[in-house]
Design a protein around this ligand. Structure first.
Ligand code: UDP
Length: 141
């Protein structure tokens, strides 16, 4: 088992539903610690940069517009196998396919408005963390 850090973003739909606390509770019950956090209303440029890997995908513009439709809650989670653990808590990208009890099954409405983002690899977790947080804003706990 490896102690890892990963990025989680509670997207505008879930922030609007007032379930930040419910989602944090799932992280904590799974043994993931919040070691950095901030609420932020992303600019178009920030959202485009964050999702740059998807630039050529047909849903890119809709995804960017959705991500800037309201504030998001961004956190760094730390724990054993944090990257995979967070992905398991999130559930499948399409909430219709997400396992019962996952965040997306419980709080997401559609594949576009799907409540949360989570890094899909340790390498991307490091890149995404640096995108939002200076190293001094991530705390050892
Ligand atoms: N997305 C979308 N339509 C699609 C596929 C993806 O709007 O057909 C959005 C969705 O918000 C998803 C994000 O693009 O969370 C990134 O897609 P990815 O395949 O990386 O899924 P994730 O890692 O978020 O589960």
């Amino acid at each position: 088992m490896a102690l890892e850090r990963t990025i989680s973003i509670i997207k505008p739909d879930a922030v609007a539903k007032n379930v930040i606390g419910e989602i944090y509770s799932r992280f904590e019950k799974a043994g993931l610690k919040v070691v950095a956090a901030k609420m932020k209303h992303l600019s178009k440029q920030e959202a485009e940069g964050f999702y740059a890997v998807h630039r050529e995908r047909p849903f890119f513009n809709a995804l960017v517009n959705f991500m800037i439709s309201g504030p998001v809650m961004i956190q760094v989670l730390e724990g054993e196998n944090a990257v995979l653990k967070n992905r398991e808590l999130m559930g499948a990208t399409n909430p219709k396919e997400a396992a019962p009890g996952t965040i997306r099954a419980d709080f997401a409405d559609s594949i576009d408005a799907n409540a949360v983002h989570g890094s899909d690899s340790l390498e991307n977790a490091a890149i995404e963390t640096a995108y939002f947080f200076p190293a001094t804003d991530v705390y050892a706990r």
